[in-house]
Design a binder for this molecule. Sequence first.
Ligand code: ATP
Length: 237
Amino acid sequence: MENEVVVSVRDLRKTYGAKVAVDGISLEVRRGEVFGVLGPNGAGKTTTVECAAGLRRPDGGTVRVLGLDPVADPAVRYRVGVQLQHAVLPNRMKVREAVRIFASAYPRHADPDALLAEWGLAEQHGTAFAALSGGQRQRLFIALALLGEPEVVVLDELTTGLDPAARRDTWSLVRALLAKGVSVLLVTHAMDEAEQLCDRLVVVAAGRGAAAGTPAMLRGAHTSLESAYLALTGEVA
Ligand SMILES: Nc1ncnc2c1ncn2[C@@H]1O[C@H](COP(=O)(O)OP(=O)(O)OP(=O)(O)O)[C@@H](O)[C@H]1O
């Protein structure tokens, strides 16, 4: 259904002890789009998407994924794939073991070999996690996030640490996901990624949404998205 909302976050609040990490963020991801979350370090981006994926319990506001509360209805989490920024695997775990273990967690899953090939890891089946390069680890975590054939994918700093060619390849693969009707919630610091990949985005600063819209709308009268972003987040005078 066109414009169907697959993730809805309304007035989200989350604190860690005395620290207010998210202070009233709202966003909606529609089916088949890439929705970006942009903002400075510590702005609350990861916390927001972790709540959206049902990995953290909000202190306030509402989260709905495919119409369900991911905390109260954990089954909906099988329909969400998550690639997290600081994920690690045991050093000795081989790529093929990782995909087998993750695949066993899903009632239905993609063909692991095809997925590894798609993400350029066909030759790394027998490689231990510790021996993978940064880019290979990143692609492995993306492949693991896609193993359950999710309808919604959360990608936190998708291309951080990848070389320019790998970033472009990754963007193409994400676009291929969209063509299959998958929706993407993407955390990024990269302005080019936001412009190239995101249909719509929210700029967050200090736990709040500072502005939202298409990249063109956010750019507005500024010369670039980066200059609009810096003005919105108050990072430059
Ligand atoms: N588990 C935690 N315990 C305590 N404080 C936390 C925890 N996770 C995050 N925070 C704090 O909450 C705030 C928001 O963190 P979050 O990771 O959501 O920001 P972010 O925008 O994703 O940052 P970055 O761009 O640096 O990854 C930060 O001040 C952070 O230090």
